[in-house]
Design a protein around this ligand. Structure first.
Ligand SMILES: N[C@@H](CCC(=O)N[C@@H](CS)C(=O)NCC(=O)O)C(=O)O
Length: 189
C-alpha cells in the first residue's frame, strides 16, 4: 500500500480521491488516520475531473471517493462507516458506539452537520462583504445552537461527542469547522 499523501495513480490497495479544501474529504482522511491506515491520496482538479473520479463516482462525480481494492465507496459519511466496518479492529476505538441508540444519535448529528450546519457555515466563510457576513451570521447562529446543546449533552463535559472517544460526530463536525480556517487562509476576505 502506498504512503499517505503520495502521488495518485491507479491500482493502490487503498486510495482517496480528494481536494484540499473539502470538509468531506478531510473527515475521510481523519477516519483513515484514526484507524492508522496508509493510503494513496490523489488531489483532484474539480474543474477538470480525472477519468478515475468520473468512473468511480458516476452518479455525483464528487470527491471524496475512497477506493479499496479497486472498488469505490462514495459519499463521505458512507465512507466513514465503511472504514469503521472494514477495519473494525484497527485504531484506538470504533467510530460508532456499540449501543444502537448511541449509534443512531451519532448518525443523526453527523447528518445534521452535512445538511444544516455546514451550508450556513460555508456561507459565512465565503462571504466577502459586511452585508453578506451579517446575513450569513443570522443563519449560522440557529444552526450552531442545537449542535452546541447536543455536544454538551453527549460529551458529558469531555472533549468529544463520544466523551473521551473521537467518533463519527466529532470527526464530521471538526472537519467541517476546520475547513473554515483553511479557506480563510487561502482566500482571505
Ligand atoms: N455529500 C457529499 C458532498 C461531496 C462534495 O460536495 N464534494 C465537492 C467538493 S467539497 C465536489 O466534489 N464538488 C465537485 C462538483 O460539485 O462538481 C459527501 O459527503 O461526500
Amino acid at each position: 500500500m502506498a504512503t499517505a499523501g503520495g502521488e495518485g495513480s491507479e491500482g493502490a490497495e487503498l486510495q482517496v480521491l480528494g481536494t484540499w479544501s473539502s470538509p468531506w474529504v478531510i473527515r475521510v482522511r481523519v477516519a483513515l488516520a484514526l484507524k492508522g491506515l496508509r493510503y494513496e491520496y490523489a488531489e483532484e482538479d474539480l474543474a477538470n475531473k480525472s477519468d478515475l473520479l468520473l468512473r468511480s463516482n458516476p452518479v455525483h462525480k464528487k470527491v471524496p471517493v475512497l477506493i479499496h481494492g479497486g472498488r469505490p465507496v462514495c459519499e463521505s459519511l458512507v465512507s466513514l462507516q465503511y472504514i469503521d466496518e472494514a477495519w473494525a479492529g484497527a485504531g484506538t476505538t470504533p467510530l460508532l458506539p456499540s449501543d444502537p441508540y448511541d449509534r443512531a444519535t451519532a448518525r443523526f448529528w453527523a447528518t445534521y452537520v452535512n445538511d444544516t450546519f455546514f451550508p450556513s457555515w460555508r456561507a459565512l466563510f465565503k462571504s466577502t462583504t459586511d452585508e453578506q457576513r451579517a446575513a450569513a451570521f443570522e443563519s449560522v447562529v440557529p444552526a450552531v445552537e442545537p449542535l452546541e446543546r447536543a455536544f454538551r449533552e453527549c460529551s458529558k463535559g469531555k472533549a468529544f461527542f463520544g466523551g473521551d472517544v473521537v467518533g463519527l460526530s466529532s470527526t464530521s463536525c471538526s472537519a467541517a469547522t476546520s475547513c473554515g480556517s483553511r479557506w480563510s487562509t487561502r482566500w482571505p476576505a
